[in-house]
Design a protein around this ligand. Structure first.
Ligand SMILES: [Mg+2]
Length: 401
């Protein structure tokens, strides 16, 4: 592939990033009108060292931010209304929002409980320009659900996400290809996708404070200093991002991955993460009456070098079986020496489970027990939310969203 071909990007602004504003707090304010216009903080209990999940824009004026200890938030604004996280309710509303988004395009990638990408190429004939579609989405979410959603529109995921963030709350922003370079130039390097605090410091040591500082360099310089990562940062600094959307319905596999705020080497933590991902994914499998017959783990090192390791096994959807196999794969492929920036687990070779477990790896009695426990936990989560119950090995030191 020639360099020109590689950097030839789609000139159409047909990627939308839709991101609900102060989601948890907004749902609380919508459900309880007396909270509207007031500083609302949703988060953990301040007496048990909880942290803020989301706070309303009224609370942000006092300097309250997500991930801040709830006790500190209270000190900043004693009149703030502190509420516990009501996840079942947020999930319910989230589903309604995604159903609205899906009306505008069948190609949707759900990023988290309050954000999704839409690919609207091909939908403009029905609804009008991308900006019009963004406007219609905002209007429908607001009239039907009483929430504001910020929409960013551009020709790739990186810029669409940047755009949705620019006019928050209640934003609608288009970044056209001709605007990208100028718009990126003054921004700090931390706005580049994948640049955390540590990487930002490294870039600043190289004299690179703004995205514009990277734009004036040749890509080879970046690559020489930072390896493949340098090349990726250079591309993003130029508004180039060729990542495709990963819509749910095209799924022949399902997966979860986590990018760490700081690079880590902690294999015990990775195993907790495996247990958490396996529990989530197996629950999805059981809900859709599916079995998986392969596991892939993805390991991305601090330098962006990425490896995947795969293993096949008789079809199953048991948390414990999947967790054990994934743990073995991790032990075989990672020695805990080189720091990681991302870990992912995905299940493939999906097939209908038809209620029968064939060729189980475990003795039948044990398998039956596991299935009963899995079923019980599914029922409880269904009724009280995904975090209502977890196996003991899932109790993490920090929340994973
Ligand atoms: Mg949001």
């Amino acid at each position: 592939m020639s360099v020109d071909k590689k950097y030839h990007y789609n000139q159409l602004t047909d990627i939308l990033h839709c991101d609900l504003d102060a989601f948890f707090a907004s749902v609380e304010q919508m459900d309880n009108p007396s909270l509207r216009g007031k500083p609302v903080v949703v988060g953990g209990d301040m007496h048990s060292r909880g942290v803020v999940s989301t706070c309303s824009y009224e609370a942000r004026k006092y300097g309250i931010r997500s991930a801040m200890p709830t006790a500190q938030a209270y000190r900043l604004c004693p009149q703030a209304v502190l509420l516990p996280v009501n996840m079942p309710r947020y999930l319910e509303v989230s589903k309604q929002v995604f159903a609205i988004l899906n009306q505008y395009s069948p190609v949707m990638e759900i990023v988290s409980i309050d954000e999704a990408f839409l690919d609207i190429s091909g939908c403009s004939g029905i609804f009008g320009s991308p900006e019009k579609i963004g406007y219609l989405i905002k209007k429908q979410v607001n009239t039907e659900l009483g929430l504001t959603i910020s929409v960013g529109i551009s020709y790739n995921k990186f810029l669409a996400k940047l755009a949705s963030d620019m006019d928050k709350p209640d934003g609608l922003r288009v970044i056209a290809p001709s605007q990208a370079l100028d718009l990126l130039r003054p921004l700090p390097v931390s706005r580049i996708w994948g640049v955390g605090k540590k990487t930002q410091q490294n870039l600043e040591k190289l004299g690179l404070k703004t995205i514009g500082d990277i734009q004036i360099l040749p890509p080879e310089w970046m690559e020489a200093k930072l390896g493949t990562t340098g090349r990726i940062f250079w591309e993003l600094a130029h508004g180039i991002d060729n990542r495709e959307l990963e819509p749910e319905h095209e799924r022949k596999s399902m997966g979860r991955e986590e990018t760490f705020p700081e690079d880590i080497k902690d294999t015990a933590y990775l195993k907790k993460l495996i247990a958490q991902f396996a529990a989530e994914l197996c629950r999805k499998l059981r809900k859709e009456d599916l079995n998986a017959a392969s596991i892939t783990i993805k390991i991305r090192y601090y330098d962006f070098k990425t490896i995947t390791r795969r293993k096949t096994f008789p079809p199953c959807n048991s948390d414990i079986t999947i967790t054990q196999i994934a743990n073995e794969l991790l032990d075989q492929s990672y020695d805990g020496k080189k720091a990681l920036r991302l870990f992912g687990l995905s299940l493939g070779n999906l097939s209908p489970s038809a209620g029968l477990e064939q060729g189980s790896l475990f003795d039948p009695q044990l398998t039956a027990d596991h299935k009963r426990i899995d079923q019980l936990m599914d029922d409880i989560r269904e009724r009280y939310g995904p975090r209502a119950i977890n196996r003991a090995n899932l109790l993490l030191d920090k929340e994973i969203d």
